[in-house]
Design a protein around this ligand. Structure first.
Ligand code: AMP
Length: 402
């Protein structure tokens, strides 16, 4: 991957920095339910202030659909960030326009201004609607930093258009650098044996990444709803489990390549249920026998956990994305919990991406036991699949550094 400028490379003393962050935190009635995304940006914020710059922060929150809707206001986040940093964080009630301009202009070194939700303007998500939106944002500062890895796969104004106004002056923040380091390391120089575990609901949403990983990994473990099209491809009955018949020919073609087929690890048994509820009646079935009619597979089975737990320690690198069952129901979280716990105890490089996998790790209080927990589920998968992301491409190349 092309080397990008880092925040540390910018001469920031006495300058103004416009930094895109991902403050899209879960909120209820104006209260922040989980501030980990805010905390994740503190290293960049602190570094910029240490360098004697004034900092203007911009983010989206939720889906206000291009309208000014106070339910999606970032004002509570300005207050919370101020508490975390023990300093006042000024707030502009509009991300562009006279108030934002005046407040940005008045901002002194080491002061912080947070702009209101970018998505109050339709041009944030659809830059073509108004190219002047990005230009107005860019006029607030001297340098641009992107620390919003979780949004870097989106070609939005603040991600891909604003940096165009900062040639040789747009850099990756600390969090972005960390994500690029670990994920591009997976792509370019993974230590072998390299294993990946992919779970989640629909194979169709992850088919690109599965195909890409099959070229790179030594083993690919599949759990969750991903499994059923692979069973359909072998004419194994799936009952009323998630079905994606359209993918079957593609999988049958994959199975014809021995080298690829040998890498794929499907569960050897499944927990099947008579309904999609936590109090469903359940049974364990052997995968080769399939899922009985009217039953659905909702978790990997105990034998699978045992077999996988014996094989996983032989890897030097492991990437995991997606729960291995319907982990929201305690009855079907055993497979995910058991594999998460096993991964936490290994000493190999273990990288995890995706909100659901991270939530299960957090629930088990194992967050500190992994090499890297990626803050961007969609972004990390797209980076693995495509090898690059629009938000990273938009940053200045190191070779262009003056
Ligand atoms: P994804 O966003 O694709 O990673 O999917 C996460 C969702 O997959 C979670 O909400 C899980 O409940 C769901 N999931 C995992 N295993 C299954 C399964 N066997 N059947 C249906 N949904 C599943």
């Amino acid at each position: 991957m092309v080397q990008k400028l880092k925040l540390e490379d910018l001469p920031l003393q006495g300058k103004k920095v416009l930094m895109r962050v991902d403050f899209n935190v879960p909120m209820k009635l104006g209260k922040i339910l989980d501030d980990s995304r805010i905390r994740a940006t503190l290293p960049s914020i602190e570094k910029i202030l240490e360098k004697g710059a004034a900092l203007i922060l911009m983010s989206h929150l939720g889906r206000p659909e291009g309208k000014k809707d106070k339910t999606f206001s970032l004002a509570p986040i300005a207050k919370h960030l101020g508490e975390l940093l023990h300093q006042e964080v000024f707030f502009a009630e509009d991300c562009i326009g006279p108030e934002a301009e005046k407040k940005a202009q008045k901002l002194k070194p080491k002061e912080i201004l947070l702009l209101e939700n970018l998505r109050f303007y339709p041009a944030e998500e659809d830059p073509k609607q108004d190219p002047s939106f990005a230009k107005k944002l860019s006029q607030l500062a001297d340098f641009y930093v992107n620390d919003a890895f979780g949004a870097a796969h989106r070609a939005h104004s603040s991600i891909t258009e604003v940096p165009k106004y900062f040639p040789n002056k747009s850099a990756a923040g600390c969090l972005m650098q960390k994500e690029i380091f670990f994920l591009s390391g997976l792509l370019e120089t993974p230590k072998h044996p390299f294993f990946a575990i992919i779970g989640g609901a629909k194979l169709s949403s992850k088919m690109g990444v599965v195909l890409q990983l099959l070229q790179k990994v030594d083993r690919l473990f599949l759990g969750g709803g991903m499994v059923f099209p692979f069973l359909q491809a072998q004419n194994i009955p799936i009952g009323s489990s998630l079905s994606e018949q359209a993918l079957v020919p593609k999988i049958q073609a994959l199975f014809k390549e021995k080298q690829i087929k040998d890498k794929i690890r499907l569960p050897v048994d499944l927990v099947v249920a008579d309904s999609f509820t936590n109090d469903a009646t359940t049974r364990i079935v052997s995968t080769k026998d399939g899922v009985p009619e009217h039953w659905q597979g909702l978790d990997i089975g105990p034998k699978t956990c045992q077999v996988w737990k014996e094989e996983l320690p032989t890897a030097a690198t492991i990437f995991w994305n997606g729960p291995l069952g319907v982990y929201e129901f305690p009855k079907f979280s055993t497979g995910t919990d058991s594999i998460a716990t096993a991964l936490a105890s290994l000493s190999s490089t273990r990288i995890v991406g995706g909100g659901d996998s991270l939530a299960s790790i957090a629930k088990l209080d194992l967050s500190g036991r992994f090499t890297h927990l990626s803050t961007g589920g969609g972004a990390s998968l797209e980076l693995i699949e495509e090898g690059h992301l629009p938000g990273i491409d938009a940053l200045s190349n190191v070779s262009n550094k003056k």
